[in-house]
Design a protein around this ligand. Structure first.
Ligand SMILES: O=C(O)CCC(=O)C(=O)O
Ligand SMILES: [Fe+2]
Length: 320
């Protein structure tokens, strides 16, 4: 039956879509690798100067160096690499990585072509977006880091980690592998068809997870080659495997939705990535994108209150 379905029908049926070779190794991946090598250099130097790490690890190749930096420091150094503002009180020093390579990734025509097949040609870049660089679990176990940006991610639905206002938004998640994502280094796993069960209760702890007794169906690990993408429906249940390899697992997760629907993150800036109807409203200007994020950050620095990014309470009966 699936042979006669197009990708959009298959996605709606199964709740996920693997798109091979979305990112080109030279044109797309190399600029991101260069960008992060440069950023790593800066972060390592600053952390060393501040006495946060005992060594710059400058003699190691990128992946080893990144793994050492992220797992050696007993601090939240990983935040320096992320491409979104965390939902916590911010200061002017709170890091946010806004390089041109990231802007180009968000606007990547091959990503947008895939997105267009699923939600049409009026595409908004939703600001829920992250980099995840996960060092081997064995080295992380010696420190206190709990963030899913560096550790295994538990079972959840992306709509469940957004606000209710965006429940009707046709948001999709595009998860792109920068390194190969393997069974050993912590690729994602999905439960096919689980998006048809609607929204599950999520229980807050270090992260938001669906309690095991509410998970039905067989998890399917989805290993990817560097440059491949996994696209998820907002209700598809997914998690990551632990990184039991000796290298890092590096991915970006980006989100897109039709223009004009709530993003669930009113306080953060999105932009029109593609508009077939009115191309003039597309954002092509890198400086303008940076300015929008900086303005959002300044507003958030000035306010101490941050509205929760999800709707769940740990005292829900299902969480007992
Ligand atoms: O990469 C991960 O470990 C989790 C990613 C995820 O949950 C997402 O992209 O929505
Ligand atoms: Fe997710």
């Amino acid at each position: 039956m699936f042979l006669t379905m197009n990708s959009s029908q298959r996605f709606m049926e199964q709740g996920y879509w693997v798109v091979p070779n979305v990112l080109d190794p030279i044109i797309d991946l190399q600029p991101l690798k260069d960008d992060y090598a440069h950023l790593l250099e800066q972060v390592a130097e600053r952390a060393f100067q501040a006495g946060i790490i005992p060594d710059r690890f400058a003699e190691f190749p990128f992946e080893t160096r990144m793994g050492k930096l992220l797992s050696t420091a007993q601090t939240n150094l990983f935040k320096a690499f992320d491409i979104c503002l965390p939902n916590e009180p911010l200061t002017e020093d709170s890091p946010l990585h806004l390089s041109e390579a990231i802007f180009n990734l968000l606007r990547n025509p091959r990503i947008l072509d895939a997105v267009e097949q699923l939600i049409g040609g009026e595409i908004y870049s939703n600001p829920i977006q992250h980099v995840r660089i996960k060092p081997p679990q064995a080295v992380l176990s010696t420190n206190r880091l709990t963030s899913t940006l560096v550790r295994t991610t538990g079972w959840h639905q992306d709509q469940g980690v957004s606000r209710e206002v965006a429940d009707q938004t046709e948001m999709i998640t595009v998860w792109v592998a920068i390194t190969d994502a393997t069974l050993e280094n912590g690729c994602l796993q999905v439960i096919p068809y689980s998006h048809r069960e609607g929204m599950s209760v999520h229980c807050p702890s270090d992260e938001m997870t669906i309690p095991p007794h509410l998970l039905n169906g067989e998890p399917l690990p989805v290993p990817l080659k560097a440059g491949d993408a996994l696209i998820l429906h907002r209700l598809t249940k997914h998690a990551s495997l632990p990184n039991i390899s000796s290298g890092i697992r590096w991915s970006f997760d980006l989100r897109y939705q039709p223009i004009g629907q709530p993003t669930g993150r009113d306080e953060l800036p999105g932009f029109v990535a593609r508009s077939r109807n009115n191309p003039a409203q597309e954002l092509h200007d890198y400086a303008e994108w940076v300015a929008r994020w900086q303005a959002a950050k300044a507003r958030l620095v000035a306010q101490s209150f941050r509205e929760k990014t999800h709707r769940w309470n740990s005292d829900a009966p299902a969480c007992a």
